[in-house]
Design a protein around this ligand. Structure first.
Ligand code: GDP
Length: 597
């Protein structure tokens, strides 16, 4: 297909607004797949993803469409992951397109994720076609949604296409709009520049990489190189997904498809990298490439220490298809041998943990997640700390900086008061509040990433009875009054419970953790002291009193010497335990504390 008759686009939408259903419809009405083939749908394959209503990876699909102008067009539909954790991957998929369908649910209206995604698409200069979906619903409210498009997203309302993916309304209009409104790709010259926007590991084929050819051609048998690593490879095969892999002689400028080369693992191929001709390379790589770095770290430990090797293997397998997930061995005094793992965000972390549990049957415990702190030492040295246990002594620290995010929260009007309080509790600064319609407001705020990691989203859902939504984008680092909180058991710091917290919150958290520990540490023969310390200063203390075994109960009558001997022995026992300073804390106790903290 010629470059003038090619259109590359993706669909951006908030969860549940109908992306999957509309994709299916487009594939059906272009005859790409038949209704009966839908079970092995490609745009949403993993169970876990389906459950959570997110897509992490799906391959692009090439459709052929005969437009009203009588010409055949090649429409390439690219998928975008549906969550902000994968914002960089989304941005690279968007960069491979000239346009995007923006789906908004006619009854729900614009949601937080819609705003974040539109920002990304506009940054890439994409043509946006707004689609108001689910107009078949009795509570569809077109005028309000149109007003929201204009007011919140600055998209002209008369551009919107009213549709129902379920009832098959407006599908033809959408296809025509893709042809008419989205510009054809343009190539600057004939030098090969290919944007690699994803890659998967296939057990039989090896690494299959998804590519958008910006200029030049990718031809099997030729030598190419990836510009970020400068490594050369030979192209073995190229093709498109129709939706099955369909081999082609070559991929040309404007095309979206796949290539297979002698690349061994997905770790070698970086999302956003530029593929070029090894003999006649482009002088500059395509713009926008970034190394993706994890944003959130957590320790993952096998509950049964014998499972260490098995866990390592399972993590290695997950990494094959997810180069953004990183792990390396670490050990904890409390939890034994495990791994320090890095994730793109909290959802990414939950997905990996869930997959380890479900697909690999691993019984694991994860430590409290931590963000990456930038620490400036008094000698000017800068270091990154992702594990609270590695924070240097406060006396040699000049400043600690923490990552912050810009957060969009959409909630019903009546919850504004509670939401403002929650923002305050989470150390957020509200930038502005905007009315969405007569019922809802959007609050834009800056918050420390650390504060939204664990229960922010759940709290929003609870306080709005499920009606609130939120999304966020990274907004750099800022200096903050942070301290290391340590928990000591009989004077010994327990690494698994260390955390970096804001000074104002440290004491409260220390007290709560001490109280929880008191609850879960069983009574021992000797007294156990539990302390919370901030920079060596004890801020909370709890004691688990000694179980006073009535050792003399057995001694009937008046054998006083025997009684005394027994009491002496008991005292010695206490002393010995105290001197060693070890306490028998059952693993279960750690699990409970880490789960509740
Ligand atoms: P996604 O999360 O954006 O991929 O959304 P889905 O395509 O999975 O759709 C979410 C839910 O909305 C499903 O239960 C669909 O059946 C339903 N749905 C999608 N489009 C329509 C529509 O046009 N009308 C109605 N009534 N329901 C729809």
């Amino acid at each position: 297909m010629s470059i003038e008759r090619t259109r590359n686009f993706c669909i951006i939408a908030h969860i549940d607004h109908g992306k999957t259903t509309l994709s299916d419809r487009l594939l059906e009405s272009t005859g790409t797949i038949a209704e009966r083939e839908k079970q092995d749908q490609l745009l949403d394959s993993m169970d876990l993803e389906r459950e959570r209503g997110i897509t992490i990876k799906a391959h692009p699909v090439a459709m052929r469409y005969r437009a009203k102008d009588g010409h055949d067009y090649r429409l390439n539909l690219l998928d975008t992951p549906g969550h902000v954790d994968f914002a960089y991957e989304v941005s690279r998929s968007l960069a491979a397109c000239e346009g995007a369908l923006l789906i908004v649910d006619a009854a729900q209206g614009v949601e937080a994720q819609t705003v974040a995604n539109v920002h990304l698409a506009l940054k890439q200069g994409l043509t946006i076609i707004p689609v108001i979906n689910k107009i078949d619903l009795p509570n569809a409210d077109l005028p309000t949604v149109k007003k929201q498009l204009e007011d919140i997203l600055a998209i002209p309302a008369d551009e919107a296409i009213a549709a129902s993916a379920k009832a098959g309304i407006g599908i033809q209009d959408i296809l025509e709009a893709v042809v008419a409104r989205i510009p054809a790709p343009k190539a600057q010259d004939d030098t090969l520049r290919g944007l690699v926007f994803d890659s998967v590991f296939d057990g039989y084929r090896g690494v299959v990489s998804y590519i958008r050819v910006m200029s030049g051609s990718v031809i099997p048998g030729t030598a190419v190189k990836l510009m970020s690593t400068n490594k050369s490879y030979e192209i073995k095969e190229v093709g498109v997904f129709t939706p099955k892999m369909f081999q082609q002689k070559q991929l040309n400028a404007g095309d979206v498809g796949y290539f297979i080369a002698n690349i061994k693992s997905t770790a070698e191929i970086k999302i956003g990298d530029t593929l070029t001709d090894a003999r006649r390379p482009a002088s500059e790589p395509l713009p926008g490439f970034q190394e993706v770095n994890p944003m959130v770290y957590s320790g993952i430990y096998p509950i049964n220490t014998a499972d260490f090797e098995h866990l390592k293997m399972a993590m290695g397998k997950l990494q094959l298809n997810d180069a953004a997930f990183v792990f390396q061995p670490e050990s904890s005094v409390a939890l034994g041998f495990g791994f320090r793992c890095g994730f793109l965000g909290l959802l990414h972390m939950e997905i990996i943990q869930e997959r380890l549990r479900r697909e690999y049957n691993m019984d694991i415990i994860a430590t409290y997640p931590s963000v990456i702190y930038e620490v400036i030492r008094t000698n000017g040295e800068r270091l990154e700390v992702d594990n609270p246990a590695n924070l240097p002594d406060m006396s040699v620290i000049e400043e600690i900086r923490e990552p912050v995010v810009k957060c969009f929260v959409m909630i019903p009007n009546e919850n504004i008061g509670d939401m403002m309080q929650l923002m305050l509790d989470k150390r957020g600064t509200v930038e502005h509040t905007e009315s969405l319609d007569s019922r809802r407001v959007m609050i834009t705020a800056t918050l420390p990433l650390n504060e939204i990691l664990v229960d922010f989203h759940d709290k929003i859902k609870t306080l709005t009875r499920g009606y609130g939504s939120m999304d966020y984008e990274p907004a750099g680092y800022r200096a903050s009054d942070l301290v290391k909180l340590e928990m000591l058991v009989n004077g010994e710091p327990v690494d698994a419970f260390s955390s970096i917290v804001h000074r104002e919150k440290a004491e409260g958290r220390g007290r709560a953790l001490a109280a929880k520990l008191k609850e879960v540490i069983p009574t021992q023969l000797y007294q156990v002291s539990i302390q919370a310390a901030i920079g060596g200063k004890i801020v909370a203390r709890e004691n688990v009193s000694a179980m006073r075994k009535n050792v003399t109960a057995k001694c009937y009558g008046g054998d006083i010497t025997r009684k005394r001997k027994l009491l002496e022995k008991q005292k010695e026992g206490k002393k010995r335990m105290k001197a060693i300073g070890t306490v028998n804390i059952p693993q279960e106790a750690f699990i409970q504390v880490l789960r509740t903290s």
